[in-house]
Design a protein. Structure first.
Length: 132
């Protein structure tokens, strides 16, 4: 009986261990910009909202050119860099590069913390845009 319990435990642990792979890179594509019905967002409004959102979460957000920002997050030994393309109608957040996040370009996978950071950035951007 003891042997059967140990075998079942080993099987369960191996399933849990091998089932925990690195997730695919999370990108935000063409997310609509929602503002009040009587208001029209300008490029400047959207840019400032994205910069405020990122800055509030520790991202360094810099303008590359009109309609394109670059966000960099540095946490301990980890660095994530994203490009944030935007118009007055929508925005996208896409992976650009990283350091110490186990990015695998062949499988498009990355450390799971990265995806959480991008989801938090996306939510913060939505909050800032809703305040326009």
């Amino acid at each position: 009986m003891k042997k059967l319990v140990m075998l079942a435990l080993a099987f369960g642990l191996s399933i849990a261990f091998f089932g925990c792979g690195t997730p695919p890179v999370y990108n935000v594509n063409n997310n609509a910009i929602a503002v009040a019905a009587d208001k029209k967002a300008t490029m400047s409004d959207v840019e400032k909202a994205i910069m405020r959102a990122g800055g509030g979460l520790g991202w360094i957000v810099k303008k590359e050119k009109e309609g394109l920002l670059k966000g960099t997050l540095i946490l301990r030994t980890h660095t994530a860099v994203v490009s944030i393309a935007y118009t007055t109608e929508e925005y996208s957040i896409n992976y650009e590069s990283s350091v110490n996040l186990n990015y695998d370009p062949a499988n498009n996978t990355i450390h799971s913390n990265y995806n959480g950071w991008i989801q938090n950035l996306n939510k913060a951007i939505q909050v800032q845009l809703s305040l326009l």
